[in-house]
Design a protein around this ligand. Structure first.
Ligand code: BYC
Length: 474
């Protein structure tokens, strides 16, 4: 169990390392300042029905109750250690997993941890205004739950930086509170975390697509030979599942509502659908195209020597590494990657080691496709012929082999001009965003009530009814 009498709740015996404890207690007020400045807007006095981790055991790890978010117990929770665990891939395969950072990998490992850590506060910053236009108390509570857990995931990475990386780590931990999403001078590290999340449709798309990048990256880091990183990521994944649930069901509920209105009023045309105050399916497709493309950039370049060296040195594995039946070294293996040749897209076999980013991206896309198929069942059941599709991998890319090329959602290589001429057909235009935001001008906070553009969920949080007071405004 986790000791909640400590100033920083933890299951890492923090009290035994006074220097580390003091360093983290020094970082804590800076974190709180960041939360007050950049956490959810006008939320500090609200009482929110949140879950808090109480143990790292799979059963009963969380407890629910009302909490003011600044009083949320952010803590440090690692999955228990398995003393027999080994490095499972790369040149160190078969050695005992490392409990301290190997000196030669120090700066690489720090960089990966900082990149992971940077995304967590970034997403809170991106979402900070959304509480002001929530579609229900249920959804308001869910976004706050996501936000406090992203805050905890920052704590998870900051613990590793402080515990294992000395002064450099402490400096990086401070810098994590200084960068800002979208800031021109001091932006967040990865592209998608500098994009605005201006409305709830973008939020659900983000939690479906981008939080799932989080899942796949955490799964790859949970294979790490550096055991404290692996154990930290395992527990983060437990919390991550809820974030993706919020995204998938959020989009499902919007689709459900749109389909109901289309059937009831016998309308199909996008402008007729919009006139009824719900989001047309064409706009859903455009948001999907945008979020999918910026998120697959997060996996890095298709051919990456960084990725090869993370793997060879045992720092970052593949998705479900230990379930894969091969030599876990990949020195002689190949993997197909796509590239643009003239006005065609061709497949080329490259070293499987350099293609590891691409492989993780492919694993991710396979899981995403499953979610899109589930969304399409909603239209199918409503007897509506429209189907959502994933755009081609090369569409709207800024990182990797497709960067600088102009690929349509169907996978044709176009001229810049032809692509630009179609941009607003494929991605949300300013007018589309304005329309979506026009539906979300105020917040819906009467218990049990939902905005017109979204269906209620099937069930409430923690078996509570839908009209439960998930957030108390007092
Ligand atoms: N934007 O060799 P390459 C989450 C840089 S989400 C800007 O291909 P590598 C969450 C790259 O840094 C998961 N720059 O890169 C979700 C490198 O820079 P340098 C976050 C980019 O290293 C929702 C250069 O381009 N976790 O948890 O193989 C809410 C060469 O690139 C981008 C991680 O990402 C980009 N998109 O792969 C909350 C895991 N992509 O060295 C949370 C940790 C690449 O030239 N990170 N660059 O200066 C990593 O494993 C790797 O850093 C990456 C990049 C997979 C991201």
């Amino acid at each position: 169990m986790i000791d909640y009498t400590e100033k920083i709740p933890n299951n890492v015996d923090l009290g035994r390392d006074r220097v580390l404890q003091r360093a983290l207690e020094h970082w804590q007020p800076a974190y709180m300042n960041w939360w007050y400045d950049m956490g959810p807007s006008e939320s500090h006095a609200l009482e929110v029905y949140l879950r808090t981790a109480t143990s790292v055991e799979p059963d009963g790890w969380a407890q629910f109750g009302y909490v003011r978010m600044p009083e949320y117990r952010w803590g440090i929770f690692l999955q228990p250690r398995d003393a027999s665990r080994q490095v499972n891939f790369g040149v160190h395969k078969g050695q005992p997993a490392w409990q301290e950072v190997p000196g030669e990998y120090r700066s690489t490992l720090r960089r990966v941890i900082v990149t992971q850590g940077d995304t967590e506060p970034a997403s809170v910053e991106q979402q900070r205004l959304l509480g002001m236009c929530c579609p229900s108390l249920y959804d308001l509570r869910n976004i706050f739950q996501v936000n406090v857990e992203e805050g905890r995931h920052l704590w998870a990475m900051v613990y590793l930086l402080h515990r294992y990386f000395g002064r450099d780590g402490r400096e990086e931990a401070e810098a994590l509170l200084e960068r800002r999403s979208g800031d021109a001078d001091n932006p967040r590290i990865l592209g998608a975390f500098n994009e605005p999340t201006p409305d709830w449709l973008a939020f659900y798309m983000f939690t479906f697509f981008t939080d799932r990048d989080g899942k796949f990256q955490l799964c790859a880091l949970a294979e790490s030979g550096f055991d404290p990183l692996a154990r930290t990521c395992r527990f983060m994944l437990t919390e991550e599942a809820h974030h993706m649930f919020v995204g998938e069901t959020g989009i499902s509920r919007i689709l459900q509502r749109t389909c109901e209105v289309m059937k009831e009023h016998k309308v199909e045309n996008a402008s007729d659908v919009r006139a009824l105050g719900v989001i047309d399916l064409q706009t859903m497709q455009k948001y999907l195209n945008f979020h999918f493309s910026v998120t697959i950039d997060l996996f890095g370049s298709d051919a990456s020597s960084n990725a090869a060296s993370y793997y060879t040195t045992g720092l970052k594995g593949r998705y479900e590494e230990t379930k894969i039946a091969d030599d876990h070294e990949l020195q002689n293996a190949e993997y197909p990657v796509l590239e643009v040749s003239g006005n065609r897209i061709i497949t080329r076999q490259v070293s499987a080691l350099t293609a590891l980013n691409e492989r993780l991206r492919d694993d991710y896309i396979a899981e995403i496709q499953g979610g899109v198929d589930r969304w399409n069942k909603i239209m199918e059941q409503a007897g509506i012929s429209f189907r959502l599709t994933l755009p081609h991998k090369g569409f709207h890319r800024a990182i990797g082999n497709f960067a600088g090329h102009f690929v349509s959602p169907a996978g044709e290589v176009l001229s810049k001009e032809a692509w630009e001429n179609n941009r607003d057909k494929w991605m949300p235009s300013a007018a589309d965003q304005k329309f979506v935001q026009s539906l979300m001008t105020g917040r819906v906070i009467e218990p049990g009530k939902f905005a017109n553009w979204i269906a209620p969920p099937i069930r409430g949080v923690n078996r509570q009814p839908l009209n439960f007071e998930y957030v108390r405004f007092n």
